[in-house]
Design a protein. Structure first.
Length: 211
C-alpha cells in the first residue's frame, strides 16, 4: 500500500497521531507536498464527505477525521507555501446575526477545508455588514450563511441586500443553509444557492470558486 493511501485510510479512521507521522514520513521520503495534500489528506476527507452525504458515517466520525486532517495539514503548511501551492478558492462562513448555533457551520467549514478551500470563519452572530466587508477585504469568492432559527433566517436577505448596496453582488456567490431554510426561501431572497447538507455545500463552493 502506498503511503498516500495509508494517510487517506488513517484519516478516515480519525487516527490523527498516525496521520501526522505518515505525513512527516512522506515528506522525508521526498513525496511532493501537494501530492500528500491531494492524494492523501483531501482524498480521505472526500471519502468521509461522500459517506456523510449517504448517511454511512455521522457527525462524530466527520469531526475526528477533520481533526486528523488538521494535524496533517499543520505539518504540510510550510512545505505547501514553499512549493507555491495555493488554496483553490476562498470562502467566508458564519452563523447570521442573532443566532448562536455553530454545529452546522462548523461541519460545513470542515468539508470546505476538506476540499482544499481557504475558509475565513466569522463565528456566530455575524452581521450582514461583517459578511460582506470580509468578502471584499479578504477577496472571498463565496459567502456561506447559516441559520438554525426561523427568527434569524431573515438576516440572510439582509446579507444579499448589503452585497448589492456595496456593489459586489456580481462578484461574490451567496450560499445559505440551516434547518429552517429551503430552496424556495433561497429563490425568494435572491441568494445563489441553498444546499441541504454540508458535503453538498462544499461541492458547490468548489464549483463556484472554479467559475
Amino acid at each position: 500500500m502506498s503511503i498516500l493511501t495509508e494517510i487517506s485510510e488513517n484519516l478516515q479512521k480519525g487516527k490523527a497521531k498516525i496521520v501526522a507521522e505518515l505525513v512527516q514520513t512522506a515528506l522525508d521520503e521526498g513525496v511532493a507536498a501537494n501530492a500528500i495534500l491531494n492524494e492523501g489528506l483531501l482524498a480521505g476527507m472526500n471519502v468521509i464527505g461522500e459517506k456523510f452525504k449517504n448517511n454511512e458515517v455521522y457527525v462524530p466520525e466527520v469531526l475526528v477525521a477533520a481533526r486528523a486532517m488538521n494535524k496533517g495539514t499543520t505539518i504540510l503548511k510550510p512545505h505547501l507555501a514553499a512549493a507555491g501551492v495555493q488554496a483553490t478558492g476562498k470562502v467566508c462562513i458564519g452563523t447570521v446575526q442573532g443566532d448562536l448555533h455553530d454545529i452546522g457551520k462548523n461541519l460545513v467549514k470542515m468539508m470546505l477545508e476538506g476540499k482544499g478551500l481557504e475558509v475565513v470563519d466569522l463565528g456566530t452572530d455575524v452581521s450582514p455588514e461583517t459578511f460582506v466587508q470580509t468578502a471584499i477585504e479578504q477577496n472571498c469568492q463565496v459567502i456561506c450563511c447559516s441559520a438554525l432559527l426561523t427568527t434569524t433566517m431573515g438576516v440572510m436577505e439582509d446579507v444579499v441586500k448589503k452585497a448589492v448596496e456595496l456593489g459586489v453582488r456580481d462578484k461574490v456567490k451567496i450560499m445559505i443553509g440551516g434547518a429552517p431554510v429551503n430552496e424556495d426561501y433561497c429563490q425568494k431572497i435572491g441568494a445563489d444557492l441553498y444546499t441541504p447538507d454540508a458535503a453538498s455545500a462544499a461541492d458547490a463552493a468548489v464549483e463556484f470558486c472554479k467559475g
